[in-house]
Design a protein around this ligand. Sequence first.
Ligand SMILES: [Ca+2]
Length: 388
Amino acid sequence: MNPLRRVRRYSLMFFALLNVYSLALFAEPNENPFPEFKLSLVVTDLNNPWAFVFLEQDKLLITEKSGRLLLVQHGHIQSWILGIPEVLNQGQGGLMDVALHPDYQNNGWIYLSYAYEDDEGNATRVIRGHLDNYTFIDQQIIFTASPLKQTPVHYGARLAFLPDNSLLITVGDGFDYREEAQRLTSQLGKIIRVNDDGSLPSDNPFASHKEYDPYIYSYGHRNPQGLIYDHVNNRIIAHEHGPTGGDEINVIEAGENYGWPVITKGTDYSGALISPYKTYPGMRLPNFDWTPSVAPSSMIQYKGAMFNELKGDLLISTLKSHDIKWLQMKDNQFIQQHSILGHLNHRIRDIDEDGDGAIYVLTDGENASLIKLTAKDVIVETSQITTE
Ligand SMILES: [Ca+2]
């Protein structure tokens, strides 16, 4: 047997055992109230994946940092998509998020974010295009963050559409450029809002300020990589990586300042204080904070019917704490969190749900997998589990 086959067979056994373990774990009385579920493997052998999106039930696109966009159907990689522009695959950068236009069924627009590089530096860039069989065509550049930076880290790069079809894009502070997060002339450390074709929305908060960057929607961010529109409470929610401690969830409002690097509950990686301030006039405090850090990587608001107990709550994937945080909401407030999947001991990069409400999580790094969580009483088709 070749070594790869052996590894894959082992990993299947591994997950089969985990499946039993997770059921046993949640059978304990007074334990985690997360509903019982089963795990199955959808795709294995992914190489540093970053995000995925469902084109339809059982058909999805997965990005890999190297620049590959994979089309996966019924648990098998059908092809990788041709025509994806060259990406800067270095540090935290590469091909990153993938999102569908809210009217994708009619217009077919697919949006990608990635680390763009030219002779002068690098930036978070967003493009859109159409899928024509296995080729990405009709490409248009929607956004390129300015100014260019030299560090291959803190890109943000998460995409989310608002109900008016405008697009929010997170842009990180570039790490070495953290003071830029407070400058309204720079797009670093910001949440950006553009129309779906990349043009400027006339109702952006700084659209009429000649001296400010009109694409800025909110500022004072570090490296936000979770971004959703909360359809229950009609608001925007983002999370961002803090330094050491100080990971945050913020309710985002137009034109507001979220404090970085003037106020933070975190400290620098060296242990040094970033700022003497914990509060500052005109700067928003986080709605929820993780200290020590969990390294939140992505987020959904659960909508499906499969796990009714989760409806309207946030599910947040984490890298550092190797789990999914279930953040319960009540009357606009974030009231309590529970953790699941910690026993897998994997960094988790992305999370989403399918049309049935099954939850999918994407592990991080080399030899990564897409794993499906199904409610205990739902029959899992074994054909969806990738075997030899
Ligand atoms: Ca903050």
